[in-house]
Design a protein around this ligand. Sequence first.
Ligand code: NI
Length: 136
Amino acid sequence: MKVSISRKAHFNAAHRLYREGYSDEENLRVFGKCSNPMYHGHNYELIVQVTGEINPETGFVMNLDVLKKIIKDEVEDYLDHKNLNLEVDEFKTVNPTVENISVVIWNRIRTKLDSKYDLKVTLFETPRNFVEYSGD
Ligand code: NI
């Protein structure tokens, strides 16, 4: 019997989406307002979902305080109030789209999580735009 537990988190970050070699006009056409050369911020909302068996001794899938600490160390401390393009290694050469940010978050949490668990992250860039990544 597998049960999923989730924890929500939040961070603010700045980014710019663009392709080197595109003119500002082409970048605006492809990436819209997110191509602003002066950068801009988003309020990212994150849901981290961990799925596993209930431990019969504790009744927990995993201790949510442990998950809270992993999210703080690997996501909030790493991304909150950062300029993603300029300050985060993974985005030096990769566009910090909500898709790519979700993959970075998933990879960082995955390394801290026991392999017996399944992991899914859901990342909202705006209240209406969000992506999901499960490692596939
Ligand atoms: Ni944007």
